[in-house]
Design a protein around this ligand. Structure first.
Ligand code: 9MR
Length: 378
């Protein structure tokens, strides 16, 4: 492992970074993945293939990835909307570039996702598709073809897939429907087929159900729905190995430790039920929505870091959790700004690095949580 730390640190240091290497710049510290590995865990991040974005083609962002990550996930490039522009057409160009960069840099790459159970995020052509006289058969064929094509292409290079993303309606806990699942005659049958196909085509891979039920108040129905879904998978013998806990966590106000203490009991009940059914856990999309905190960046950054550290302490107390993936490393590119601007219009600060690629207290909090985590066995 020391070889890995040296390699990452020296690579990061060797890149001409468009920011000064100060005391808290990545190359000056041990990378987050290296700290995680010391506990039998891993750390990684989402990235994109857009040159000016959170991309390996952006030298400053690539330096952060090299410094801190052992694990990557494409923020968008494996989704149906990107991979499957038309019924008979796949376009792997963007994801292939991410895969190649990850492989060249000795990083694992997760697959996200093989089925997103939301109409809004599936291709328009699929929502309008004419499934013909035998719709269940036609829909199953499309799904099986999709999952088979993707998993076969990457083979053992991808060892973990979010097979199904977000199938539960947060407000009610019911299952979502799409044109595909309606043609199939039901959502459960659709999700089961997705997992069974992934398992048949990629028997080596960890198969994950991924969702954003979180520990904050307002998520009870979502958590209950996810538990029902996971129970159903077990009852029906569906090959699902882990729950991806997205972890888009949200602060509620300055008393972040008070909030965390308040949320912990229900959250542990949920995680106990999930792990009690034999599921492993992953943190798949970590970031922190800085709500209810004052605009002052220093105050906000401290609140975000404290809240995340308390969350991670709870998560890391579960030995079933080994992988932690941040939904981006740098505030400049986070989805949260455009998705939900702060009422005071202050730029969002949800990531471990600020908009100028400087490490923030959140990065230190993640490192501290790893350093304290109970070591996982091999
Ligand atoms: O961050 C992603 C954003 O760039 C996309 O426009 C959006 C729709 O594809 O998806 C975002 O990522 C989501 C992820 O795939 C699933 N969980 C929630 C994430 C944030 O919305």
């Amino acid at each position: 492992m020391s070889e890995k730390i040296t390699r990452r640190a020296s690579l990061a240091g060797a890149v001409a970074l468009p920011f000064a290497l100060s005391g808290n710049a990545p190359a000056a510290e041990v990378g987050l993945d290296a700290v995680a590995r010391g506990r039998g865990m891993r750390f990684g991040s989402a990235l994109s293939a857009r040159a000016q974005g959170a991309s390996m083609d952006n030298p400053a962002y690539a330096a952060l990835l090299r410094a801190d990550c052992g694990l990557l996930v494409a923020e968008n490039e494996m989704k149906w909307q990107h991979l499957r522009p038309a019924p008979g057409k796949f376009d792997f160009a963007a994801f292939d570039r991410i895969m190649a960069w990850g492989t060249a840099n000795h990083m694992a790459v997760r697959g996200h996702n093989l089925l997103w159970q939301r109409r809004k995020w599936m291709p328009v052509w699929l929502e309008k598709y004419d499934f013909g006289a035998r719709p269940a058969r036609a829909a199953a064929d499309i799904l099986v073809e999709h999952i088979t094509t993707v998993t076969k292409r990457y083979g053992k290079r991808i060892e973990s897939y979010d097979v199904v993303n977000e199938a539960v309606t947060p407000e009610t806990g019911a299952l979502e429907e799409t044109a595909l699942s309606q043609a199939m005659g039901g959502t459960e049958a659709t999700l089961d087929l997705a997992f069974r196909t992934a398992h048949a085509q990629a028997p080596h891979a960890e198969l994950v159900y991924n969702d954003y039920m979180s520990w904050e108040p307002g998520n009870a129905a979502h958590r209950a729905g996810v538990l029902r879904l996971l129970e159903g998978f077990r009852r029906r013998g569906v090959p699902v190995h882990a729950l991806g806990v997205q972890s888009h966590i949200v602060t509620a106000g300055p008393d972040t430790s008070g909030s965390a203490r308040g949320y912990e009991r229900n959250w542990r009940q949920f995680l106990d039920a999930v792990t009690g059914m034999g599921y492993r856990l992953l943190i798949t999309e970590l970031d922190v929505r800085d709500n209810g905190l004052p605009a002052d960046p220093a105050v906000r950054d401290r609140g975000v870091a404290d809240y995340a550290r308390r969350y991670l302490d709870v998560m890391f107390s579960y030995p079933q959790l080994r992988d932690v993936v941040a939904w981006g490393l740098c505030d400049r590119f986070s989805w949260i700004g455009p998705f939900e601007p702060r009422p005071d219009k202050a730029a969002r600060r949800p990531c471990p690095y600020d908009a100028d690629y400087r490490a923030k207290p959140l990065r230190a909090a993640i490192a501290a949580a790893f350093a304290r985590a109970p070591a996982r066995g091999t």
